[in-house]
Each structure stands twice: as structure tokens, then as C-alpha cells.
Write a protein that binds this ligand. Structure first.
Ligand code: AQP
Length: 333
């Protein structure tokens, strides 16, 4: 069976609706057709310098959200990146075939380094894409379900795999990005031309999966729209309304055309916002309840993650050995 791998960073106490609609919904859809690996990428999260107890808590919360969103640990392999040392081992090898200029062109790095300044930018942030490439290539992954923001990193992963194969002989499977249509980029409610982001300065633009529904309702009521007063789907001219329509459509299963028809006429922005809030609450309330249940028994959660790590290592070890041998490292036994 073909394999998928994806992950999220435990950089926040809750995922946002963009993570959920852009990535997780697809994970759940795909887990039965693929041999699926879902990783909590705690080593990536270390690049933003979390306090140790924060990272520990967020790693568990993130894993709990995978399960609450519908990932079945009996079907998929759910694990924590730092439990599988092969990730950093392969990352080193990939660092050595990545051009400095190539890495410096990554827009996510440029954005984050720009925000943090030279003093606040660590080398981990720079080598992030090569660690991500290792995450993917270690599992002979065929498809990677992610949001639009990860497209460039996926392209780099493919380039590195092809370069490695050309230089050292056929070693890695070349993965394909699997990016959804309308939900690939859920926008900030406050700045609808920028993506909803855990690290955004204005958190009022984020709908957090684990917030109380009334908090999200309030954020939706003050979502930025436009003064044109009619509901139409026009992402260029009306990014705020387009974002609300996409969110509604993804959660309710109704087509965007049907929604545009429903909110035809003047002064329907309020009604649209109220209805989106209702759809968000419908998904969010059971999600949050399930997360609370899972966190009440951290030992069980840790057992699931330990089982996942064991399965992950059983695959990753073989692929790493292939790569180590290909580059000319001596076998250790
Ligand atoms: N706004 C979004 N719309 C659709 N998909 C999104 N993803 C992130 N933001 C959106 C997808 O969620 C997955 C997990 O991402 P991550 O944890 O690696 O975080 P990120 O991509 O760096 O984005 P975040 O969550 O906003 O965090 P920060 O602010 O720290 O960068 C990925 O599949 C991503 O595509």
C-alpha cells in the first residue's frame, strides 16, 4: 500500500481551523486508503524556543487533537518525531546535499527570520526544511497531505530526493504533495489576505479548535469583510467573505454556490457570520470534549505514542540504513 506522512508542530495549546481544514480533514479521509504516518513534530517546534514544560504539554495536546479529529491509532501510526532518532540522522545527510542559496530561498524561513531579526533567528529555523524532507523520505512516502503554505518545502523535498538518487543511486521514493482545493489556505479573520497562523501577531484572526465556542463566535462577528454589502464568492475583491464561504462550505458540506444563493440580497453578512459560528461550534464542541477525555489519561496517550514510535522506527531504520550505505558510511556491525 502507498504511504502518507504528515505532521504539525506543537507550537500552540490548540490547533487552528486552518490546520484542521487544510490538513487534518484530509488525513482522516486518507488514513484507510494509505499506510498512514502522523507525526507530532516536536523537533521543528524547538526552533521557536518553547519552555520545556510548554513543549511537553503541547506535544501531548497536539497528539490528542490528532485522535480527537478522527485519526485512529489502530489504523494509522501516530508518533512523536523526537522518539525516532532517524529523523535527525537523515536530516544531516540531506543538509549535506542542500545548497546554501537553495535553503536561503525558502519563503517560510525568510518570513520567520524577517520577523525575528538576525539575533533571534537560530540555525534550526534555517535547516527546518531539510528536517522536514527527512520526515517524509524516511517512510518511502508517496503522498503528503498538507496546506498550500507547505508547497515550497515539498518541492525542495522532491528536489533533494531526486538529487540524492541521481548522485548515490536509487534510494528514495519521490513524494507528491496532496493539497486540498478550497481549504488549502484558510485566511486570518482579521487580515483575510494572510493565512490563519498559530504565530500570527493578531490572534483575533484565528479560530482555535480548543477555545470555547463563544470566543470563536465573537471573533467571527468582528471578522473583517468589506463595504460592498452583498455576498458573492470573489477571493480577489472580497477575500473576507470568500474565506467565510469556504469555511462554511467545508464544515457544512454545502456547495459555495448554494451558500451564495442563500445569502443573496443586502445586509446578509451578519447572518453568514452567525451561521459560520454555528458550523464551527458543531465541529469544535465534540472535538474539545474528546481532547479533554484523552488528556485526562496521559499514560494511555503516552502508550499510544510509544506504540507509534516503535512502528515508525521499524520502517525508518531500514530506509536510513539504505541512505547511509548509499553515501558510503561504514556499517556499524
Ligand atoms: N491557514 C491555513 N490553511 C490551511 N492549512 C494550513 N496549515 C497551516 N496553516 C494553514 C497546514 O497545517 C499543517 C500544520 O502546520 P504546522 O504545524 O507545520 O504549522 P505551519 O504550517 O507553520 O502553520 P501554522 O499552524 O500557522 O503555524 P506557524 O504560525 O507556527 O507557522 C500543515 O499541513 C499546514 O500546511
Amino acid at each position: 500500500t502507498p504511504r502518507i506522512l504528515s505532521g504539525m508542530q506543537p507550537t500552540h495549546d490548540s490547533l487552528h481551523l486552518g490546520n484542521y481544514l487544510g490538513a487534518q480533514v484530509n488525513w482522516v479521509r486518507m488514513q484507510r486508503d494509505f499506510d498512514a504516518f502522523f507525526c507530532v513534530v516536536d523537533q521543528h517546534a524547538l526552533t521557536v524556543g518553547p519552555a520545556p514544560e510548554e513543549l511537553r504539554r503541547r506535544t501531548r495536546v497536539t497528539a490528542a487533537q490528532y485522535l480527537a479529529g478522527g485519526i485512529d491509532p489502530d489504523v494509522s501510526t501516530v508518533f512523536v518525531q523526537s522518539h525516532v532518532p532517524e529523523h535527525s540522522q537523515l536530516a544531516w545527510v540531506l543538509n549535506c546535499i542542500t545548497g546554501y542559496g537553495e535553503a536561503a530561498r525558502m519563503t517560510q524561513f525568510k518570513d520567520k527570520a524577517g520577523q525575528r531579526g538576525a539575533e533571534g533567528t537560530n540555525v534550526g529555523l534555517f535547516t527546518y526544511p531539510m528536517l522536514m524532507a527527512a520526515d517524509i523520505l524516511l517512510y518511502d512516502t508517496t503522498a503528503v497531505p498538507v496546506g498550500e503554505d507547505q508547497r515550497q518545502h515539498l518541492e525542495l523535498t522532491r528536489d533533494l530526493a531526486q538529487r540524492f538518487n541521481a548522485r548515490y543511486g536509487d534510494t528514495f521514493v519521490i513524494p507528491e504533495a496532496h493539497i486540498p482545493g478550497e481549504t488549502a489556505k484558510i485566511m486570518s479573520l482579521q487580515e483575510p489576505t494572510a493565512k490563519m497562523s498559530k504565530s500570527a501577531a493578531n490572534q483575533n484572526g484565528n479560530l482555535m479548535m480548543l477555545d470555547e465556542p463563544k470566543v470563536n463566535t465573537k471573533k467571527l462577528k468582528s471578522a473583517v469583510t468589506d463595504t460592498d454589502n452583498s455576498v458573492r464568492f470573489d477571493p480577489e475583491a472580497k477575500p473576507g467573505i470568500a474565506n467565510l464561504l469556504r469555511i462554511h462550505s467545508a464544515l457544512s458540506g454545502e456547495s459555495i454556490d448554494a451558500l451564495v444563493e442563500r445569502y443573496a440580497g443586502e445586509n446578509k453578512y451578519g447572518a453568514l457570520k452567525t451561521d459560520v459560528a454555528e458550523q464551527v461550534a458543531l465541529v469544535q464542541a465534540p472535538f474539545k470534549a474528546r481532547v479533554d477525555e484523552l488528556l485526562a489519561d496521559p499514560a494511555e496517550l503516552d502508550r499510544i505514542l510509544a506504540r507509534g514510535a516503535e512502528r515508525a522506527r521499524s520502517v525508518a531504520a531500514g530506509v536510513l540504513e539504505r541512505a547511509y550505505d548509499a553515501v558510503g558510511f561504514l556499517p556499524s556491525v
